[in-house]
Design a protein. Structure first.
Length: 325
């Protein structure tokens, strides 16, 4: 009986160890730090999409994941401060949303994995040398705009348009690259581009006003300063009967006539998939930069009326979402 009692605890321990060995391994605690240059619907959707994809992969904030987020509130200097803080915290991955935040983060570390997101042209922004695997600590997802399709949309909204007014931030590399590409695409379509530079968010309404009488339509790219001050553009557009066509679909709810753009939650989830691969052991330098092809057409008949145009039945029928606000 004594020997049986001695054997029982050992058997129980062995059984417990066997059960543990058979159980699926839980994801180890990880840390992901997210930084964005500013808060607006598109960039917020990217952040939320990243978080959703991490959760779907088994990394849940507050359980086995430390998820940190900070916005620079449109200030490049603050973006640099956030980047330096994150580097000091040494997370497993830093996700940098929008060009200024990505540039600040890449400048701050050459070792911590950096996954950029919502960057129009990562090569022009000097985040990577080309679209191939970088061989560095950087990879990510671009929101490259289909400019030829945008010009086609402009023609459908304003068939007689010949002059495209574009508002952009001259200090943002991606925005400058978009304007250069827009000029080429417009020229091929027999149109011209009228530039209106806005160095700061507060300059955006004035830039919009400068296009009155000089442009037949206003085009707004995925420029964070411009998107942040979009209501100022809409006010000018309504007063001058100057239609606004955008690259960011979220701006249609805010008064754009139409937009052909990417689903930014999808971009966030695509970014999140890359983060998960890195958390599971892949090196960022072996993952090529990616783009998204999931474009949506969104129109706003109410805004069109206020801005002096009527959308065709064909355009309304082809839109995935119709906003009436």
């Amino acid at each position: 009986m004594k020997n049986a009692l001695l054997r029982t605890p050992f058997s129980a321990v062995a059984l417990a160890l066997g059960v543990l060995a058979a159980a699926p391994a839980l994801a180890a605690d990880k840390s992901v730090a997210v930084t964005a240059i500013v808060e607006h619907p598109a960039l917020d959707a990217v952040r939320d999409g990243v978080k959703e994809e991490l959760k779907a992969a088994g990394y849940e904030a507050g359980k086995n994941l430390k998820f940190t987020y900070q916005s620079a509130q449109g200030n490049v200097g603050t973006a640099a401060q956030i980047a330096r803080k994150y580097v000091g915290d040494a997370p497993d991955v830093i996700v940098a949303i929008a060009t200024p935040s990505a540039q600040a983060t890449v400048a701050a570390t050459k070792t911590i994995p950096v996954v950029y997101s919502a960057i129009t042209d990562p090569v022009a922004a000097k985040l990577v040398k080309n679209w191939e695997p970088s061989g560095t600590n950087v990879t990510g997802v671009s929101d490259l705009s289909p400019l030829e399709k945008h010009i086609d949309l402009i023609k459908k909204v304003v068939p007689a348009a010949k002059r495209i007014g574009v508002i952009y931030s001259p200090g943002e590399a991606n925005s400058v690259a978009i304007v250069d590409s827009l000029k080429k695409a417009a020229s091929a379509a027999g149109m011209t581009v009228v530039e209106a530079a806005a160095a700061r968010t507060v300059d955006v309404p004035t830039a919009a006003q400068s296009l009155v009488g000089k442009a037949d339509v206003i085009y707004t790219p995925t420029d964070n300063n411009v998107v942040s001050a979009f209501e100022g553009i809409v006010k000018v557009a309504q007063q001058a009967k100057l239609p606004v066509v955008a690259a960011d679909t979220a701006t249609v709810e805010r008064g754009a006539v139409a937009a052909l753009g990417l689903n930014y939650t999808d971009i966030g989830r695509q970014t999140g998939k890359i983060v998960v691969r890195i958390l599971k052991g892949e090196k960022p330098g072996t993952i090529a930069s990616q783009t998204s092809t999931n474009f949506e057409l969104v129109v706003n008949p109410g805004a069109a009326k206020l801005q002096g145009v009527t959308l065709s039945d064909a355009l309304l029928k082809s839109a995935k979402v119709v906003s009436t606000k």
